[in-house]
Design a protein around this ligand. Structure first.
Ligand SMILES: Nc1nc2c(c(=O)[nH]1)N[C@H]1C(S)=C(S)[C@@H](COP(=O)(O)OP(=O)(O)OC[C@H]3O[C@@H](n4cnc5c(=O)[nH]c(N)nc54)[C@H](O)[C@@H]3O)O[C@H]1N2
Ligand SMILES: Nc1nc2c(c(=O)[nH]1)N[C@H]1C(S)=C(S)[C@@H](COP(=O)(O)OP(=O)(O)OC[C@H]3O[C@@H](n4cnc5c(=O)[nH]c(N)nc54)[C@H](O)[C@@H]3O)O[C@H]1N2
Ligand SMILES: [Mo]
Length: 724
């Protein structure tokens, strides 16, 4: 099967035309002038120029991975809408992504390569040509590599989730170079590795069948903010009589719309899962047949769970014993019962064990027998058999070398480390793409200090001059999703999506793939794989996907069973769920690094537990610079309970300092019953430079890692709040 989009030049990438119409009034196509904001459309009067619809995919790090349609008129994207024929998108984009064109055409979009002229971090640059930039970068990287290629570090995450603009050409480049490898842990590795230890892979029930569940636990997720298209399904189930329970320390907007909110203390989910198991065992709400056939020996788990009486559980979680009992009864007796687990609850020390314990609940009750029962944390493992990561990323280019691995979650410490035998060589160069570490990584003061090293050679590929970009020696303009080709897998649904470029690259921007292609040439890497076009990369990444179908409808569902584990068949070595897994043992409750019970002396000085969940109108630190969205979010805030506020003389709107031993950040108090006493919420990863004092919430977070998966513990953090 051949891809019908041909050629490798950026001009060729912009050919696909899906629908043409000369007469807007008679077509059912959107009326661009009516819906776009002035900035994007830029026209007061409706234009009668012909329009085209181009199929694309939302590139953002979100479980929904929407299929979109871009309306192009006179060479410009004038409107973006959800693809009505893609089942999970069902024609609806979230507020922020419907403004994606505003982001693409933003006044501050980087359009030319830039070279630093000021001090590190000052953010002063001069325009240079691509040739000058790439020649100098290649020269400097070659010189560093000649001494030790491991002192060069790639730093990237999910600014785009695309397989082509993600780790395709970039991975080939760094493998060939022999650079340090990056452990990409910043989001999902605790939960992901926990799930893999239990089920064998990051797999679960299909999102669409939540609509048919009778009981839905929304656990550690604010679905209305971060998983909107799942929320539609949950509401459908609710209308059909399902009970919805939200388990979250914060009474979120999602919790408001569920039948019940269980506001446990942060990081105590493992204890709650054990308490629920206690009741399942005590009342024999177990599917013995399922357990015997499809689950490992439960004896050690039973012993552990029987020690967690509802009273003990309630005391640890800060909830009532009756709540534990009632929830266990529902889980044990309502069918089909489904758990939408998300990543909120794995950003604490015991996050991995908590995910393992929760993942065992539907195994005990046999909920997996039903298509609307079981659990979903991530569906990304379903793509394994359809994806050829080795062919895409070419680890064989390491040619037997095994460069050291640096954890992206400890970048603050690692940029400041000297050479030593355990660590290896001091980091001399960082190439950042698809990420904004100075804002998003924990303990960002140290991250900023590391990037401010005058002797660190830093190249940043970006759309905007982010906090990280301020520290670049070279700042290279990258294309957005409207300007490049890509293919996407997902971690909520199980469809592959195609993103066709809607317009040519703005200014002199280039796709990440092309920047690494050109750099490879400059470095003298002459392996044929460095000449692969974006189309070839896409085809290599997903060799068995029906490309014609993709081009016709923008998406292609994976052929998967509706009820994946009705007959067991988990992707473990023996097909059974693992209770006792190699390397991680039998799961147990692991308390936080920082909490009133774990660290009472620390809590005496910093008595408030802080969690810092996503802001609804930002996507991590993306969109923070889109004015219409920032206007909705207002300014950095900390939400605290009226009791905690009163005890500190803080009122709604008071300017406050949130601080601990690691740092301090200024924000505005929001006094609300949504926060339970003792817990505060700092929303969104703001750009530090937009913070009142040039900081953001990560000034306060630490770099210690989760029990499983070496992930960050953003939500395991004690602070104090005081009027500024
Ligand atoms: N609008 C928007 N959407 C996003 C993002 C965004 O920034 N903005 N980010 C995207 C990304 S990268 C990701 S990884 C996903 C994240 O998706 P989720 O993990 O679903 O993130 P949230 O929806 O914030 O859910 C986190 C919830 O967990 C709660 N929480 C915090 N600590 C605990 C705890 O210890 N136990 C329990 N039970 N709950 C806890 C928080 O209060 C919050 O409501 O969302 C994606 N979608
Ligand atoms: N305190 C706290 N910190 C957190 C979190 C939290 O909940 N609380 N969430 C964490 C989570 S879940 C995650 S996933 C991380 C996210 O951290 P990151 O993956 O760094 O995500 P973003 O902040 O969205 O930054 C992505 C950057 O990539 C750029 N980009 C997008 N597309 C492209 C492209 O095609 N080419 C290039 N070159 N650049 C592109 C965007 O402009 C943006 O600046 O943050 C983490 N940090
Ligand atoms: Mo994430």
């Amino acid at each position: 099967m051949a891809w019908t989009i041909a050629g490798s030049s950026t001009a060729d990438l912009c050919r696909p035309v899906i629908v043409e119409s000369r007469d807007r009034r008679r077509s059912s196509l959107p009326r661009p002038h009516a819906v776009v904001c002035g900035k994007v459309g830029g026209m007061a009067e409706p234009s009668t120029a012909p329009i085209r619809l181009v199929r694309g995919a939302c590139p953002h790090d979100c479980p929904d991975t929407c299929s979109w349609l871009a309306t192009v008129q006179e060479g410009r994207v004038v409107h973006l809408q959800g693809n009505p024929s893609h089942p999970s998108t069902h024609g609806a984009l979230c507020t922020k992504v419907s403004r994606y064109a505003e982001r693409t055409y933003h006044d501050e979009r980087l359009l030319h390569p830039m070279r630093r002229v000021g001090r590190k971090g000052e953010g002063r640059f001069e325009r240079v040509s691509w040739d000058a930039a790439l020649d100098d970068i290649a020269r400097r990287l070659s010189a560093i590599a000649a001494r030790d290629p491991e002192s060069i570090l790639p730093y990237s995450y999910a600014g785009t989730m695309g397989l082509v603009q993600g780790e395709g050409m970039a991975a080939r480049f760094f493998h060939r170079l022999g650079a340090s490898r990056l452990d990409r842990t910043i989001c999902a590795s605790a939960g992901g590795e926990a799930l893999a230890a239990t089920y064998g892979a990051k797999v679960g029930m299909h999102m669409r069948f939540f609509a048919e569940s009778r009981l839905i636990l929304i656990w550690g997720s604010n679905s209305i903010t971060s998983n909107l298209h799942f929320w539609t399904l949950a509401q459908q189930a609710k209308r059909d009589g399902a009970k919805l329970v939200c388990i979250d320390p914060r009474r979120t907007e999602t919790a408001d719309k569920c039948h019940q909110h269980i506001g446990l203390l942060p990081g105590t989910d493992g204890a709650l899962a054990l308490g629920l198991m206690h009741e399942l065992f005590a009342h024999d709400w177990l599917d013995h047949d399922y357990l015997q056939r499809h689950v490992g020996d439960i004896t050690p788990l039973r012993e552990r769970a029987l020690a967690w009486t509802p009273e003990r559980t309630a005391a640890e979680c800060g909830i009532d014993a009756a709540t534990v009992r009632a929830l266990a009864r529902e889980l044990g007796t309502l069918s089909p019962a489904a758990i939408r687990l998300n990543y909120g609850m794995q950003r604490a020390r015991g996050g991995g064990n908590a995910v393992r314990l929760i993942a065992l609940l539907p195994c005990l009750t046999g909920a997996w027998r039903h298509r609307a029962g079981g659990l979903l944390l991530s569906s990304s493992g379903w793509f394994r058999d359809f994806k050829d990561t080795a062919a895409l990323e070419r680890p064989d280019l390491l040619a037997g070398r095994r460069p050291r691995i640096i954890n992206m979650s400890t970048i603050g410490d690692d940029l400041l480390r000297e050479s030593d035998p355990a660590f290896g060589p001091k980091v001399q160069a960082v190439i950042v793409y698809n990420s904004n570490p100075v804002a998003v990584a924990p303990q960002s003061r140290r991250v900023a200090d590391g990037f401010a090293r005058e002797d660190l050679f830093t190249v940043v590929l970006e759309h905007f001059q982010t906090d990280t970009a301020d520290h670049a020696d070279y700042l290279l303009p990258a294309t957005t999703q409207l300007e490049h080709l890509d293919v996407h897998t997902a971690y909520g649904h199980t469809d592959v999506l195609l993103n066709e470029p809607a317009v040519p690259p703005l200014g002199e921007s280039l796709p990440n793939s092309e920047i690494f292609r050109r750099l490879a040439t400059r470095m003298g890497f002459d392996e044929p794989c460095f000449a692969d076009s974006d189309e070839q990369l896409a085809r290599t990444a997903l060799p068995s996907i029906d490309v014609e179908l993709l081009r016709r409808q923008g998406y292609a569902p994976l052929p998967l069973a509706e009820v994946p584990f009705a007959q067991g068949g988990f992707p473990t070595a023996d097909g059974r769920v693992r209770i006792d897994a190699p390397g991680v043992g039998v799961p147990d409750y692991v308390p936080n690094y920082e909490s009133r019970s774990a660290t009472p002396e620390l809590a005496a000085r910093f008595p408030l537990a802080m969690i810092s969940p996503p802001a609804r109108h930002f996507l991590n630190s993306s969109f923070v610079n889109v004015m219409s969205l920032r206007a909705i979010e207002g300014r950095p805030t900390i939400e605290l309970n009226p009791q905690d506020a009163a005890a500190r003389g803080i009122a709604e709107g008071t300017e406050v300092r949130v601080f601990n031993d690691r740092g301090s950040t200024l924000c505005q108090a929001q006094v609300s019953e949504r926060a339970r006493p003792g817990v505060v919420h700092g929303f969104g990863v703001w750009w530090r430079k937009f913070g009142a004092d040039g900081t953001n919430v990560n000034e306060l977070t630490h770099q210690r890692l989760t029990d499983i998966g070496r992930g960050p513990c953003f939500y395991d953090c004690l602070v104090e709040v005081a009027a500024a």
